[in-house]
Structure formats: structure tokens, C-alpha cells
Design a protein around this ligand. Structure first.
Ligand code: 6R9
Length: 652
């Protein structure tokens, strides 16, 4: 966003709001008093949250912020993350409790109790030691969504090795650069996993990457699909080395600031950033937020987060948060449409899932597939629904609440980032009257603001930049190997404040609405317009399932709004016609005002998305401005741009 245009226009008016169900509110883990308590003594409040964990040595100081922006939390404290996620539950008599109901895509299942998990993690930890991995070493993990993935992460945590999980959909080049940047010693992978009904190989990608990485000593390979793979000298089969290990291992306490993991986030440009998370503060934030935001009752809830563990959401809300809280989770290997489009709802029915956490992109896909699919399943076990990854359009929120949540479950729209480690802004399901499309308020303990380009808080009703004004326990500690870039990227735009890179507005009540990345904001005839609001207006049309908008250079208005739209399954043929496109443009104009009327709307079969379902608008900008398409290496499906380009010549 250019510096001279200080605020985002606030166009979308949304007045619906849903108070929490009385029953949920009456028994909620967190009540409204928590906001006051945290405001009165923020560090004391976080110290109280840290008591959720078992510390081998208590901290001396909650926060050392003497060298900002380099934070140390729970200074002097010691703990082991794997012990906290596994052993202590077994010691508390919960060994027989199910940690994961794992469901493979072909329909095979594994039930893993906390006692099973302890044995498996111990064996894996012993195998890592045999392979020469030591405290402080880095281990790359490139696995499908199988139990060996959390087991590998916890085995690393147990011995103090720092893991770097690389999403299984990434190319060998992406894997190689991440291995090299972290100087990893070992890669853990599998022959492959199941996706869309067939085996999808991983090992050849690793072979290609590892051929050029000087630091890798061994490749540890899980047999999952049983397909033939090339074997190299440094390969070791998981089934050989891990299975024969002792299932006992004593977890070593780590310093609270010991590096737990690195997770690479691509950002919009440049080399991927290795976001570094450490142990005590990160685990505290995961455990606290998972308990508070989902109102988790570990004795009775069955929790399912549908994310991939290769995304931060999987790290914090499939592995560290739920396990630290002793929850029972579902973990699913494959795609939502295998063997049919009801697979997820079938899983919810089968395991009686009570808390479900997914992304707006998935919700919009289900809207496109039609209401009749979830209607065939018994989803009555659900009591809290969550959303993460992008702003949730009000219509998608309503669809989710009505069709999945029986028009009664709260929907928590959770804003956070790889960099924040855990949820930062979100409704509390027993406290907040949720508004469709709003992340609402910072959680107790979290300090956020919306500021103008001078760093001044905007008044209610205004729009600007989202910043975090105080350090928080789960914050990134730096960009791996690049302190300068850490300072420049996050702490230089506004003095003393963390710049999140997102646009946001405060409504008349002071509640926060996220408006998309500031790099995506459009400047039309001198007005800054958020992509999110125009997309939400498009999605509010009954025939639209998904929409992406970008600003394309325009001789008259500076930038003009160009939209890409996917129709709903039930929309029929007329969506192709000029008349319908005109109707849609008018619909946006009526909803947001004439300034937001798209210059052009193109009907497309798919949109380009990242692994976490975020629309890659930069690629659509290339299309809108008739350029050749830029780097597609972080797309979840690299064929999508071809699909879109094939579709377009007729509409230009
Ligand atoms: C957890 C995660 C971070 C970016 C973030 C923002 C967008 C995430 C959101 C949301 C609006 C929400 N984002 N949750 N925007 N409402 N509830 O997604 O991490 O992959 O690092 O992405 O995602 O733009 O800055 P990450």
C-alpha cells in the first residue's frame, strides 16, 4: 500500500450477530472476566497460562524484553515439549486415552493412545540418536499426514533437535532450499502417501533434493504405500531402525528458549523465511489458546483440525496444542472428495467430532458442492466450529454455521500467523456474540491495534494496518539465520510495534475485521479498497461460491477491480452469459457502493491457492494485466493456472 493513502475504505456493512448458546456460556472455560484480569496484569496472566505445563525448573522471569525485538519468555525455566505432550498424561493415568483417531485416505485406520504415542515417540527418539542426531541439530520432515509425522516432530522435541517440517506438496527445489537454509542433518520422509484415491510418491522428490544438499547424512523412510522406491546408500527404513529400538527414553529438560522448530513461510516475494519458534512460550500459547478458543473439554470432546501439519495450523492445533491439553483428536490423511464429496462429514459422524477447525477455502468449496451433501450426515455432535487462514466471508460463515453447525454452534474466526505461533484475535465461544466475518477482539493477554500510516490508532469505524503492540509468548524469536530481516520485516514499519502485514478495520463497536494482506489492497480512484470486502460482496450473491479480486492497472482509475469467480454447483448455465456478469457487477455496486464495482468479472473453474488455501492474487494480477505468470512453486496444485488460462481468451 502506498504511504500517502493512510486508511482503508470501510465499505462492507454487516449487522448480524450471534450470541453464544446459553448452555455453552454457562460452562465455558473462559469467561469475560479474563479480559480484565489480563489487562490488569498481562505478564501475570501469561505466567498463569504457563502453569498449564509441567516445568522441570520454574522460570525466574516471565519476560525479558530488554533487547527488543528479541524476546525471551519464561527465562531460566526448563521443560520438555514431548514430555508435556505425551508422558505426563500417561503418568496421570491417561495412558489408555486416545490421542489420535487416525484415518487413512483408503479407509485404513489407526487408533493411537497416549501410551502408544509414548512408546512410538521414544523409539523414534532412540532411532534419531542412533543416526547421530543430537540436541541443537536440525531435522527436515517431509511426510504425508500419517502418524509418523507427529511422532517424528515429538521425537525431535524429545532430544532437543529442531524440526523443520516441509509441506509434502512442495517441489524438490523448495525442499532443497529449506534443507540448505537450516543445514539439516537428516530428512524423514515416506515412500509416499494417498491423495485423491491413489498413491502419491514423495521419495523421488527427496532423492532429487538430497542429491544436492551437502548437510544431509541420512534419509529415514517410512513405508506407507509400499510402492517401489529407489534405494540409496544413506537411506534407512523406519520399519527397520525405529521398530527395533527400546521404547524407553528419558526426556531431557530444555531451556524455555531452546529452538523447537523452524517453519518456512514464503511471503509474497523473495526467499522463504525460516520462522523460529522456541519451547516454553510457544507451548504455553498453544495450550492456552486451544483450551480457550475452542472451549476444549478434554474428557468429552473429540477435536478435529483438518489442516495439513505442513502448515503452522497443523503444528499448533493438530500437534502441540491438543497434545499438551491431553485432547482426543482426529487426523485424516487425504482429500475431502475421496471416495466422495461427503468424506469429511462422514468422518465427523463416525468419530462424533465435537470441535471442528478448518479454513474458509474449504468452506467455500463445500458451498460450491451444494448443501445436500452435508445434509446426508449426522453432524449433531458438533458444538464449536473454527475458521483460519483467510478472512471468512460473511456468507461462508453463515453457510458454515447453518449447514454444518445446525444454526446453533458458535463459529470462531481465528486470526494469527506462522509468526505469531498461536491464535491472537478470535471470539471466545462462551463469551463473544460473533459477527460473521469478524475476528472480533484480541484474546485476553494479547495486545493488538489498527493504526493509520503514522502508527496512530484509527477511531472506531476506521481502517488501516493491524499491529501487535506488546510481545506475546508464542511470537517468533527471529528469522532463522537472519536477525536483520526479522527486524526489517516485522519491527521497522511502526516503531516498537509488530507489523503483521494485514489490513484491518474497527467497526462501530471497536471489533476487528481483517481485510487481507496490505500488498493486495487496491487503489481505485484514490480509494484504498480491500480485496476481502469485494470478494465478500461477490460471495454474498446466491450463485457465487468463491471469488478473488485483484487491482489491475487502469488508465482512468489508476487501478481497476478485476474479479475471478467460481459459480456455485447449483447455479446452472446462465452464469456464463453477459447478462449474469452485468448482474454481478451491479450486485457489488449495490452492496458496497459504485466505487467497488468490478471493471471485469471472469468465470473460472478454480483459483490458484497455497497449501493453506490462501488465494495467490499475484498470479491473478499477472493474468489481469496480461503478463506471463510468475513463480508458481508454492501453489498447492500447479495445474490450476493452466486451467484458468485455457478458460480466459474468450472473456478478454
Ligand atoms: C494461521 C495462518 C497468516 C496470514 C495472516 C492473514 C491470513 C489467517 C486469518 C487471516 C483473516 C483470519 N489469516 N487467519 N486473515 N482472518 N482468521 O494462516 O498462518 O499461513 O502464516 O498466514 O493469513 O493474512 O497474515 P499463515
Amino acid at each position: 500500500m502506498s504511504q500517502s493513502h493512510e486508511t482503508l475504505s470501510n465499505l462492507l456493512q454487516e449487522t448480524r450477530s450471534f450470541p453464544p448458546p446459553a448452555e455453552l456460556a454457562a460452562a465455558a472455560n473462559v469467561t469475560a472476566e479474563a479480559y480484565d484480569e489480563a489487562a490488569a496484569d498481562r505478564l501475570g496472566y501469561w505466567a498463569k497460562q504457563a502453569e498449564r505445563l509441567a516445568w522441570s525448573k520454574r522460570w525466574d522471569e516471565v519476560l525479558d524484553w530488554s533487547k527488543p525485538p528479541f524476546a525471551k519468555w519464561f527465562v531460566g525455566g526448563e521443560l520438555n515439549a514431548a514430555y508435556n505432550c505425551v508422558d505426563r498424561h500417561v503418568e496421570a493415568g491417561l495412558g489408555a486415552k486416545i490421542a489420535y483417531h487416525w484415518e487413512g485416505e483408503p479407509g485404513d485406520t489407526r487408533t493411537i493412545t497416549y501410551a502408544d504415542l509414548q512408546r512410538e515417540v521414544n523409539k523414534a527418539a532412540n532411532a534419531l540418536l542412533e543416526l547421530g542426531v543430537r540436541k541443537g541439530d536440525r531435522v527436515a520432515i517431509y511426510l504425508p499426514m500419517i502418524p509418523e509425522l507427529p511422532i517424528s516432530m515429538l521425537a525431535c522435541a524429545r532430544i532437543g533437535a529442531t524440526h523443520s517440517v516441509v509441506f509434502g506438496g512442495f517441489s524438490s527445489e523448495a525442499l532443497r532450499t529449506r534443507i540448505d537454509d537450516a543445514q539439516a542433518k537428516l530428512v524423514i520422509t515416506a515412500d509416499g502417501g494417498y491423495r485423491r484415491g491413489k498413491p502419491s510418491a514423495l521419495k523421488p522428490t527427496v532423492d532429487e533434493a538430497v542429491a544436492q544438499t551437502p548437510t544431509i547424512e541420512h534419509v529415514l523412510v517410512v513405508r506407507r504405500t509400499g510402492e517401489d522406491v529407489a534405494e540409496n546408500e544413506r537411506d534407512v527404513w523406519w520399519q527397520d531402525i525405529v521398530e527395533r529400538q527400546s521404547d524407553e527414553h528419558t526426556a531431557e529438560p530444555m531451556d524455555a528458549e531452546h529452538p523447537l522448530y523452524i517453519l518456512y513461510t514464503s511471503g509474497t516475494t523473495g526467499k522463504p523465511k525460516g520462522i523460529l519458534h522456541t519451547t516454553g512460550g510457544y507451548l504455553t500459547q498453544c495450550a492456552y489458546t486451544h483450551n480457550a478458543v475452542f472451549d476444549l473439554k478434554p474428557e468429552t470432546d473429540v477435536y478435529w483440525c483438518s489442516a495439513d501439519i505442513g502448515w503452522v495450523t497443523g503444528h499448533s492445533y493438530i500437534v502441540y496444542g491438543p497434545l499438551a491439553n491431553g485432547a482426543t483428536s482426529v487426523m485424516y490423511e487425504g482429500t475431502p472428495d475421496t471416495p466422495n464429496k461427503g468424506r469429511w462429514w462422514d468422518i465427523i459422524q463416525k468419530y462424533k467430532v465435537s470441535i471442528f477447525y478448518t479454513a474458509p477455502t474449504a468452506i467455500r468449496t463445500f458451498m460450491k458442492w451444494g448443501d445436500d451433501i452435508p445434509a446426508q450426515y449426522d453432524l449433531s455432535s458438533l458444538r464449536v466450529l473454527g475458521s483460519v487462514g483467510e478472512p471468512i466471508n460473511p456468507e461462508a460463515y453463515i453457510w458454515y454455521r447453518e449447514n454444518i453447525g445446525a444454526s446453533k454452534t458458535p463459529v470462531v474466526d481465528t486470526w494469527w500467523q506462522t509468526e505469531t505461533g498461536g491464535i491472537m484475535i478470535s471470539p471466545l465461544p462462551g463469551v463473544t456474540a460473533g459477527k460473521p466475518g469478524a475476528a472480533m477482539r484480541p484474546l485476553p493477554g494479547v495486545s493488538a491495534e489498527v493504526v493509520d500510516d503514522q502508527g496512530q490508532p484509527v477511531p472506531n469505524g476506521g481502517g488501516g494496518f493491524l499491529v501487535l503492540t506488546e510481545p506475546w509468548p508464542g511470537m517468533l524469536r527471529t528469522i532463522w539465520g537472519d536477525d536483520e530481516r526479522y527486524i526489517k520485516t516485522y519491527w521497522s514499519r511502526f516503531e516498537g510495534k509488530y507489523f503483521a502485514g494485514d489490513g484491518a478495520k474497527k467497526d462501530a463497536d471497536g471489533d476487528i475485521w481483517l481485510l487481507g494482506r496490505v500488498d493486495d489492497v487496491m487503489l481505485v480512484s484514490g480509494h484504498n479498497i480491500s480485496t476481502t470486502e469485494v470478494e465478500s460482496a461477490l460471495v454474498s450473491h446466491p450463485k457465487v461460491a468463491e471469488a478473488a479480486v485483484v487491482g489491475a492497472t487502469d488508465p482512468v482509475t489508476g487501478q481497476a477491480i478485476v474479479s475471478f469467480v467460481i459459480p456455485r454447483g447449483s447455479a446452472g448455465e446462465e452464469v456464463e452469459g453477459a447478462e449474469f456478469l452485468a448482474e454481478l457487477r451491479d450486485h457489488v455496486s449495490r452492496t458496497l457502493g459504485p466505487i467497488a464495482k468490478p471493471r471485469q468479472i471472469m468465470m473460472v473453474p478454480e483459483l490458484p491457492k497455497t497449501r493453506s488455501g490462501k488465494i495467490m492474487r499475484r498470479l491473478l494480477r499477472d493474468v489481469a494485466e496480461n503478463r506471463s505468470i510468475g513463480d508458481v512453486s508454492t501453489l498447492a496444485d500447479s495445474t490450476v493456472m493452466d486451467l484458468i488460462s485455457e478458460k480466459l481468451p474468450s472473456t478478454k
